[in-house]
Design a protein around this ligand. Structure first.
Ligand SMILES: *[C@@H]1O[C@H](CO)[C@@H](O)[C@H](O)[C@H]1NC(C)=O
Ligand SMILES: [Ca+2]
Length: 261
């Protein structure tokens, strides 16, 4: 290969040399031509005069050269146009619970409560009467006409008042007496504590009455009954003549009140 290249180059060099010599001869032969022409040979003219050789076949491509050295770092370019905002991202996961905050200040005092003592105070009262005459002795008189018995502390079937709240109680009775003498007692737990006696006047109507204040314990019982013989039972009642028995809690004992506060 090298040999071939050397041959080609030699041929070209020889051609050039011949051409130069030819020009020198022309100069001498034609001195009237401008000098400028002499220094710059006319190729076309030369081609006309020369018998050019057959162009050589193009050489094969050489091997690729080695990579050049890295160039110097260029200057910073101009600042680019800001890009458009990206799409909104999806919400992230919920975070965990934070630490407990500090203790708050004490609140303001509450408003004063309503007066409820009267609503919570124990209540006990009854007022009853007879619907018919009573003559049986030594048994509780059963008052079956109820004027008031809201707490049902008076047992209208047994005729006895049952104390629910310990305290001081007031009892009173107003009896119509007809047609015989009457002895009546107020009992507390199977013991007569008060006696009333009426002597009946012929062709008349009598009244017998009594009142008492007693301290009672829860469970105590109070009632009226005729004492003595049946002939002493003249407690009377009809549509227009009543015989009544009433009682109520005057005031409860302090402990009972305290329990309900
Ligand atoms: C009861 O009282 C009325 C008057 O209101 C009288 O007419 C009647 O006779 C009385 N009952 C008895 C048994 O006396
Ligand atoms: Ca009398």
């Amino acid at each position: 290969m090298n040999l071939l290249w050397t041959l080609v180059l030699s041929l070209l060099l020889a051609g050039q040399l011949g051409f130069t010599l030819e020009v020198e001869e022309k100069k001498a032969a034609e001195p009237e031509e401008p000098v400028a022409h002499a220094s710059k040979p006319d190729d076309r003219q030369a081609c006309h005069m020369w018998m050019g050789g057959v162009p050589g076949t193009p050489g094969h491509s050489g091997l690729p050269g080695r990579d050049g050295r890295d160039g110097k770092e260029g200057l910073n370019g101009e600042k680019g146009i800001p890009g458009e905002p990206g799409a909104k991202g999806e919400p992230g996961d919920k975070g965990g619970d934070g630490p407990q905050g500090p203790r708050g200040f004490p609140g303001n005092p509450g408003l004063k409560g309503d007066q409820v003592e009267s609503a919570l105070a124990p209540r006990s009262a009854f007022s009853v009467g007879l619907t018919s005459r009573v003559s049986a002795a030594n048994v509780p008189i059963c008052f079956d006409k109820l004027f008031y018995n809201e707490q049902r502390h008076y047992d209208d079937a047994g005729g006895k008042f049952l104390c629910a709240f310990p305290g001081v109680y007031f009892f009173t009775y107003h009896l119509t007496i007809y047609p015989r003498d009457t002895r009546v007692s107020l009992y507390r737990n199977d013991k007569a504590v008060m006696f009333t006696f009426d002597q009946f006047q012929e062709n008349n109507l009598d009244q017998a009455s009594g009142s008492i204040i007693l301290r009672l314990e829860a469970g105590d019982k109070v009632w009226l009954q005729v004492y003595g013989e049946e002939k002493h039972g003249g407690i009377y009642a009809d549509n227009t003549n009543d015989s009544t028995f009433s009682g109520f809690l005057l005031y409860p004992d302090a402990p009972a009140t305290g329990q309900r506060r």
